[in-house]
Design a protein around this ligand. Structure first.
Ligand SMILES: [Zn+2]
Length: 432
């Protein structure tokens, strides 16, 4: 932990240094990782780090740089903004890139653009919104024990009252499936006013809020008074929440506060056969197949999710191309969790067998002797021979592990498996 905290601090800066310089840092880092899990000295570092659940220095640098993309994209600091735009203007790349220019490259790789920050001149706090600007009448009924027909008649009562006063209704909805996020704005009888798809990682919350924002834009371009109906209670609550100052919610809030006589929001329950809501839902779902405009809307949280997902995929692709005995016991590169009630010696034995580097098979590298030989089978002695086709170990494995294969045992570090592996090692008289 001590070494790791020193390494994390300032990795943004020294992570850019040449490989020869980084080398000085790697040796203590790798040694600390190896000692923490008591691995045999010859074990490959890639396996040791995977077993310890630690990233390589390069991976850590990549991860932190990617996470900085979020900070820079949403930065409201004018000094940093100046640096970013200066860096973008500099066409010729320096031999050693600065952190900011690396982050810009990373952002462009993800098709993100650095925009000049638009200043929101007038920002309204939630208490400037008139109480009747957000109609929550229908939210007073418990959804579990209110039937669809009750909701429908309540809605038609409220809407016919409001229509007498000249209010028009438009409906918004967001839709999210595994591979698509989309939104739609429709009129009450299903005429599509706006429709679009959003980046895959965008949350349903952003999609719903984005739909409302577009509905607001439409109302502002047209004459008349409008009530925008949404089935997302969380977005409507966020507008009233003084702690929510994200750009998306703030701009919705501003528009509502500015024009209380022209615009109202209203919550309508989803999937209860209110016609406009059903139409908006249908339209948002249809955006998956139809060729629609792609909007690049995302919040800080959406971008974080997207970056984490990217990093994970990258890591897994790298791991899938790796071939070693260790991958058989850790195919997904996830750090194992060991029980805390067992003596350290037993866990060390288990870890060393997982890593495939033990004294019996690798001591010769340290003492510069010849490669050991299995006398019974008359072949070179290595870990896969012991675990797969040695005539001596096979009957012992059968009696200790019963139906489970040795690799399945090594995959699961629970107490029973660790005890069994230790029994196997003792019977076979392996030196670890
Ligand atoms: Zn053998």
């Amino acid at each position: 932990m001590i070494v790791l905290s020193k390494i994390d601090y300032g990795i943004y800066i020294y992570g850019n240094s040449p490989k020869t310089t980084l080398k000085y840092l790697k040796s203590p880092y790798h040694q600390a990782a190896r000692r923490s899990i008591c691995a045999f000295p010859t074990s490959p570092i890639k396996n040791i780090l995977a077993e310890a659940g630690l990233p390589t220095i390069e991976e850590r640098h990549r991860e932190l740089i990617s996470k900085l993309v979020v900070k820079l994209i949403f930065s409201k600091n004018s000094v940093i903004d100046k640096d970013i735009h200066q860096s973008i203007r500099h066409k010729s790349k320096k031999r050693i890139q600065s952190s900011i220019s690396k982050i810009i490259d990373k952002a462009h790789e993800m098709e993100l653009q650095f925009k000049k920050p638009r200043k929101i001149l007038l920002s309204y706090p939630p208490w400037h919104i008139k109480p009747d600007s957000i109609l929550m009448n229908l939210a007073h009924y418990n959804k579990a024990n209110t039937s669809n027909s009750v909701y429908c008649s309540l809605f038609s009562d409220i809407s016919s009252e409001l229509k007498k006063d000249g209010w028009e209704f438009i409906f918004t909805d967001g839709s999210k499936s595994l591979s698509h996020t989309s939104f739609a704005v429709t009129s009450e009888n299903g005429f599509i006013l706006r429709i679009g798809s959003l980046p895959e990682s965008t949350s349903i919350f952003t999609a719903e809020a984005f739909a409302i924002l577009h509905a607001l834009k439409i109302t502002m371009e047209n004459n008349g008074k409008f009530i925008i109906c949404s089935d997302s209670i969380s977005v409507l609550r966020a507008i009233n929440n003084p702690n929510n100052n994200t750009d998306l919610i703030s701009s919705i809030r501003n528009k509502i506060a500015m024009m209380p006589k022209k615009i109202k929001l209203m919550w309508t329950p989803g999937h209860v056969n209110i016609r406009g809501n059903e139409e908006a839902d249908k339209a948002a779902n249809s955006a998956k197949e139809a060729p629609v405009f792609q909007f690049n809307a995302f919040t800080k949280q959406d971008l974080k999710t997207r970056i984490n997902k990217n990093l994970k995929t990258l890591q897994q692709t790298e791991w899938s191309l790796y071939h070693h005995h260790y991958k058989k016991v850790n195919p997904t590169k996830s750090p194992p969790k060991y029980p805390t009630n067992l003596p350290k010696r037993k866990i060390t034995n288990f870890v060393r067998l997982r890593l495939g580097h033990i004294s019996t098979t690798h001591q010769h590298l340290l003492t510069r002797n010849n490669h050991p030989i299995c006398v019974t089978c008359n072949t070179t002695l290595n870990i896969s021979h012991i675990l797969e086709n040695c005539q001596i170990s096979k009957p012992i494995m059968d009696s200790v592990f019963k139906n489970l294969s040795i690799y399945d045992t090594l995959k699961n570090p629970n107490s029973k498996n660790i005890e069994n592996v230790n029994k196997f090692i003792e019977t076979l008289k392996l030196t670890l």
